[in-house]
Design a protein around this ligand. Structure first.
Ligand code: SF4
Ligand code: SF4
Length: 313
């Protein structure tokens, strides 16, 4: 298995899903993006059939292309599929096939590199405008930041890139982990790219290289768990990179846990810290793309004395 390239392992996974899909159309029926994409008139079966065509050949039903580009990662389609197919992943592969169609590999590489440079510049400028070097160090932006340098950490805390533009959120997460007494190493930022920008540009080889190198760096945890902040990095690494590496090597080096689920797993330890009443009515703007995180967020909020959650329906 070790000789398989990332690209071959990925296309092996894609082939299995293409074979497993029965074209029943249930994933399209439940998708909240169908209406805003303006494809309500096309039949769900035709839409998914067109997606399979696009993945295979780069071309398919027009409505299928619109569906693929309108996906907002809600994950409803994954729950709807009774055949073990991940339609969200298939749509990512359809977008790759559309990006590749009619473009030279060198153009795809250039577009991926440009997007990566833009993001790196934004993250670097915005984080440095807000933080001094000591805090940048704490967020792993000088060298990997380690809460207790002489021990293997319980967890790696993977920030991804975008949260470094609003670093108070990541710093709060670290404060909470300190209060819980867990040890961690912070990794993230452009030097630990998940590879999603290269994948979006259609450059599968570079995406695999970036993602695999990051997985290698993250594989240094005592618990075999990486805690992640960023949902799009989580989806990229858990749906594209880690399962593909597993197919290449026969095993995956760690599991990823979204920060909110990490917190609810430790609710008992967290409760004694939630002493102060916070008189607030809170409505959650739900992004349900990572399974269980909305429920976890509501559980943590309900544990804060004085907080009332308002259901916006
Ligand atoms: S991905 Fe699953 S739900 Fe969607 S058409 Fe294929 S089998 Fe049906
Ligand atoms: S993940 Fe994308 S395709 Fe699947 S239901 Fe959500 S918006 Fe639709």
């Amino acid at each position: 298995m070790n000789d398989i390239s990332f690209e071959s392992a990925l296309s092996g996974r894609v082939d299995l899903m293409l074979d497993a899909c029965t074209r029943c159309g249930k994933c399209v029926e439940v998708c909240p993006s169908v209406r805003p994409a303006g494809i309500m008139d096309a039949s769900p079966k035709d839409i998914i059939s067109g997606v399979l065509d696009i993945v295979r050949t780069g071309q398919g039903h027009e409505a299928s292309g619109k569906w693929a580009t309108s996906c907002m990662l809600s994950g409803d389609c994954i729950k709807a599929c009774d055949y073990g197919v991940n339609p969200r992943f298939l749509l990512a592969m359809a977008r790759v096939a559309m990006a590749k169609a009619g473009n030279e590999p060198r153009d795809l590489r250039r577009q991926g590199v440009e997007k990566f440079h833009d993001l790196s510049r934004d993250v670097t400028v915005l984080s440095r405008l807000q933080l001094d070097s000591e805090v940048l160090e704490r967020l792993g932006q000088k060298s990997a930041s380690v809460s207790r340098p002489d021990e293997a950490p319980d967890f790696v805390f993977y920030t991804g890139c975008n949260v470094l533009k609003t670093p108070h959120i990541a710093l709060l997460a670290l404060d909470i982990m300190d209060a819980l007494g867990v040890t961690y190493r912070v990794m993230g930022g452009p030097t630990h790219c998940c590879g999603v920008l290269q994948l979006r540009a259609g450059d599968v080889e570079m995406s695999g290289r970036m993602g695999s190198s990051t997985i290698e760096k993250l594989s240094r945890t005592k618990s075999g768990q990486v805690i992640s902040w960023c949902p799009s990095c989580y989806v990229q690494l858990t749906e594209t990179t880690l399962p593909t590496i597993e197919r290449q090597r026969g095993s995956r080096p760690f599991e990823m846990t979204p920060f909110m689920r990490f917190l609810t797993d430790r609710l008992e330890q967290l409760m004694p810290h939630l002493r102060r009443r916070v008189e607030m009515r809170v409505a959650l703007h739900k992004h349900p793309g990572v399974a269980g995180i909305m429920e976890a967020a509501a559980t943590v909020l309900r544990a804060v004395p004085g907080v009332e959650i308002v259901d916006l329906k």
